[in-house]
Design a protein around this ligand. Sequence first.
Ligand code: JHZ
Ligand code: ZN
Length: 411
Amino acid sequence: MENNTHRCRVCNNKISITVDFGSMPIANNLLNPNNDDAKNEYKFHMQTAICNACSCFQVVSVPDKNLMFNSSYAYFASQSKSMTLHFNKLGDSIIKNFIKDKTDYILDIGSNDGIFLKNFSDKGIGHLGVDASENVVSESRSNGVDAICGFFNKELCKSIIEKRGKAKVIISTNTMHHIEKCHEVLEGMDLLLKDEGIIIIEDPYLPDMLSLGSFEQIYAEHNFIWCCKSYQTLFEKYSFYLNRVEHFSIHGGSMRYFFSRNNIQEDSANKYLGLEKKLKISEDSIYLNFKNKSENICNNLKKFLIEKKREGKSVCGYGATAKSATLLNFAGIGTSLIDCIYDSTPAKIGKLTPGTHIPIKDASTFHTEKFDYTIIFAWNLMGEIINKEKNNGAKTVWVEYVPEIKLTDAN
Ligand code: JHZ
Ligand code: ZN
């Protein structure tokens, strides 16, 4: 492993590179086929490191945030019914347990199209979304959600406090791992949260990524893959304590973390902190195995695709996910092996995938096309997608590839 002078973004400890994924485009930076987007495509060198002191897994050099989060952000969370359901349940439990009086409001960092806050706006409960991408903010407003466009930091929080006072609950789902300057977020939370308030964070969990070998969770926006130890280190610097965690299978394994000013650590937090220690996730040596798993996933999928091409079979993809950008670019899989990828998101349809330039087509026409094989790039939403397409009458063999190739025949 290469020696260098990189420093951990959480604790400033020296870190060294564990896996080098080479040149990568920005995962959600889909290209317009009718202009020079493809010729001028932005790329960065994606290398990852683990901090031996605080277990923070991070991308070493991250593209400028304005290149990733802007008015053409392509991900709209409400495209998934199962994710909508997941957030409805979370909303109900927060309303029951934490929203106690009329002045209490919840603030969502990375509120996207309002998928989560809709639970509050529909019931007339105080809420505010913050998101750095104007297009998803407009979408959430059109869904009745109160949201502002901006990067969450101390300055923004000062202006929110002037207008709304302090928040009872601060939540951030699938967003903290997008924010390179994580201390700016904590400085904002430190100002904005009521003394008796609670912070809830949820995102993909490092030990799950390591055990599946799902390296696709890493891309420009996902510049951290968090765990209990790394979050605990970050939050304790601002006197917030990890009280409790809840584990979910969504997105290939996610953790929900609860922080407050109370220094009480429940069994769930102890359990996972202990597990992380036992798994030695802070040690460089673990990442050699992870690198091997990642390369195997790529090699197996590529081998499968080459074989099917040779047999004259037709192959497409389903779900133009951010994850698939990492996979396709790292594996070197492009239009010679996959004809197109189907997706239901209006902002993605008609565009090309970043780096590999595979055309993205409207998922509503998928069932009419009859591809022999369909690679399910949204493997985390597989049940929902297969059911939907089965009802539409789609005939294909679905192909999963994490952790290994698995076929589901829907013919
Ligand atoms: P999905 C995103 O990652 C991006 P991605 C982001 N960086 C993040 O943090 C994680 O999510 C949590 C489509 N689809 O959820 C919609 C259909 O076409 O796996 C999406 O493009 N038909 C913010 O992009 C994609 O699949 C359907 O029926 O890796 C799913 O993307 C359904 C259900 C989805 O996340
Ligand atoms: Zn660290």
